[in-house]
Design a protein around this ligand. Structure first.
Ligand SMILES: [Zn+2]
Length: 350
């Protein structure tokens, strides 16, 4: 069984994981007796996985976010009535800690120390894995493997919408038309809000238009003026800032109305100094959103109901054996300041 593992010196290595001595494996890889055995079909690689390799983090752990696979062993009947051998499943990349006060109370959705695949335990860029049944969801027939890989992105978009408490008909500015931005804009439209998508990348903005988004702004320089025109001078009462947009955070403050909500999400390793003066002047309510944990079932239902069109998303398809080259090249692009996207890795026999 082979897995792509973070090595020292920002190198991703293909390693036969069953050949590693148990004492040399990270504790997080231990298998429990009631875990489901899953043969991976496809795995999602996000810009976060690339940034993690750049930062030389998580050496020894398998990379890879969510995955689609097939249950490869008989399932003990007393364990999980809803699973069976050969069933197609989605594996979510999050795991509650089981130790914090919220987990112990049974409110795992509020876990204070949520664990992330590829960062706190092994990710899913591997041929086979053993997963706790609570991290595994059957995929309805109407959802393709590729679309299923974006369940977590839909969940994150839903969490953002929930947290910001967006009301029907509100203008919501989205800075960044990456896959999260495109999915979020479509969901906002589905819920009868008015998304305004801002991105300096013309290709990404064209994708937003193709997804049916009416208001797009083609440059951060015009954002303040254009958002003012679109909102009749009121500015955006809700702003979502996606770090991968590479647009300065101050743009989010400039386009926000008085006392507006600003949600910051997405990963980057670019640190930048920012003045909070405009945010303080407008008394903005700033919050950070990291995961869509807890929204997987709701996301699956939305996808089945065709609330999101995935056909305009940006991703590369990569073969499992070529992942080392893919990570090297994408890391270089990111360091040169170019936009990078998700990748879908197909196992060799898919
Ligand atoms: Zn917890």
């Amino acid at each position: 069984m082979k897995s792509w593992i973070y090595g020292i010196g920002s190198k991703l290595n293909l390693i036969a994981t069953d050949a590693i001595a148990p004492e040399d494996k990270p504790a997080a890889t231990e298998r429990n007796a009631d875990d489901l055995a899953v043969k991976i079909k496809k795995c999602l690689i996000t810009p976060t996985d690339i940034v993690n390799l750049e930062d030389n983090k998580y050496v020894g752990l398998t990379t890879g976010s969510g995955a689609v696979g097939v249950i490869s062993e008989d399932v003990q009947e007393n364990l999980s009535y809803k699973f069976a051998k050969a069933m197609r499943v989605y594996i979510t990349p999050y795991r509650p800690c089981d130790e914090c006060v919220f987990c112990k109370k049974g409110s795992k959705n509020m876990c204070a120390d949520l664990k992330i695949a590829g960062e706190d335990y092994d990710g899913y860029l591997t041929e086979f894995c053993a997963v706790n049944a609570r991290e595994v969801y059957p995929i309805p027939d109407g959802i393709s493997d590729n679309d299923a890989l974006f369940i977590e992105t839909v969940s994150l978009a839903l969490t953002i919408i929930d947290r910001m408490n967006i009301q029907k008909g509100e203008h919501v500015a989205i800075i960044g038309a990456n896959n999260l931005g495109l999915i979020l804009a479509q969901l906002l439209r589905y819920y009868q809000n008015i998304p305004i998508v801002i991105d300096n990348n013309p290709e990404r903005l064209a994708a937003a238009t193709a997804c049916g988004i009416y208001y797009t702004v083609a440059s951060e320089k015009d954002a303040q003026k254009e958002v003012s025109n679109i909102t009749g001078g009121r500015m955006a009462s809700q702003v979502v800032y996606i770090q991968e947009s590479r647009i300065p955070l101050k743009t989010a403050f400039l386009i926000a109305g008085f006392n507006a909500n600003v949600a910051i999400t997405g990963s980057t390793n670019v640190s930048s100094a920012v003045s909070f003066a405009p945010a303080i002047k407008k008394e903005l309510k700033i919050q950070f959103v990291n995961t869509g944990y807890g929204n997987v079932m709701a996301s699956i239902n939305l996808i089945v109901n065709k609330a999101v069109d995935f056909s305009k998303l940006f991703y590369t398809e990569v073969k499992f054996n070529d992942c080392g080259t893919y990570f090297d090249e994408t890391m270089k692009k990111d360091m040169e300041g170019l936009d990078i996207s998700d990748a879908i890795v197909k196992m060799n026999d898919v």
